[in-house]
Design a binder for this molecule. Structure first.
Ligand code: DC
Length: 226
């Protein structure tokens, strides 16, 4: 492949997009960018500085002094705020809660879209999130929107979290996220009109990865034959 290639993967929480994006990037030796981690990193700093994640003025103050770096490789992503590696804190429950109001703010979204575009510049990338095909990379070479039935997504999440939560709690949390992600006024989660829809309800991870890999190959063949 002799041009930079952008694959945009959007979808609901638990649809399998993170694992799929990582494995597709690994398959081609490309960079993988998990944009959810960038929203989580902002939420982390807001809490660390004792600010209120629901107050736009306080969050805006935090952004002013913030340096956010992401080191991407085929192996995965580490996220740094002001030089500190915060990757291992980003999945904590308090971040799960604080990231919802933070990710609704226009000021945060604009700031992070800039960061995400900069990170992805001049590389072959698989970028995963909620607004990648619609806002961050509307000209992506390949767009995929993933979803699965709630029951299946909840079972997958429960497996990742182990016995720390019940299946009902996981389902409740997924419904809450679906609602907030798809109804917010700024960059709501939705399928781009030119995205392929992938229902992962009855697919294994390997099945999902194979499906995306074959789409990339098909597209590359059609691009190089022009
Ligand atoms: O994918 P995730 O669960 O790590 O995302 C964390 C939060 O960030 C989630 O509430 C949705 C939000 N998010 C977003 O609004 N836009 C993105 N491109 C990625 C994530």
């Amino acid at each position: 492949m002799n041009r930079n290639f952008v694959v945009a993967i959007d979808g609901t929480s638990g649809s399998g997009k993170t694992t799929t994006a990582k494995k597709v990037a690994e398959h081609f030796g490309w960079v993988y960018l998990e944009t959810g981690a960038t929203y989580r990193a902002v939420a982390y700093v807001v809490l660390k500085q004792g600010k209120d994640p629901r107050k736009e003025s306080e969050v805006t103050q935090v952004l002013k002094g913030l340096r956010l770096d992401v080191k991407c490789s085929e192996k995965g992503q580490r996220t740094f705020v002001n030089g500190e590696d915060v990757t291992d804190y980003l999945r904590k429950d308090e971040i799960d809660k604080a990231v919802t109001p933070v990710s609704k703010m226009k000021v945060v979204r604009e700031w992070l879209v800039g960061v995400q575009r900069k990170i992805s510049r001049n590389q072959n990338v698989v970028v995963e999130g909620r607004d990648i095909g619609t806002i961050v990379f509307p000209d992506a070479d390949l767009k995929i929107y993933m979803d699965a039935e709630l029951e299946i997504r909840a079972r997958r999440r429960k497996k990742q979290k182990g016995n720390t939560v019940s299946l009902d709690e996981v389902k409740k949390d997924l419904k809450r996220r679906d609602y907030h992600d798809s109804t917010r006024s700024e960059s709501p989660l939705k399928k781009a009109p030119d995205a392929f829809f992938l229902d992962t309800t009855s697919l294994s991870i390997e099945g999902q990865v194979d499906w995306v890999v074959s789409k990339v190959k098909q597209l590359n063949e059609s691009i190089t034959s022009i």
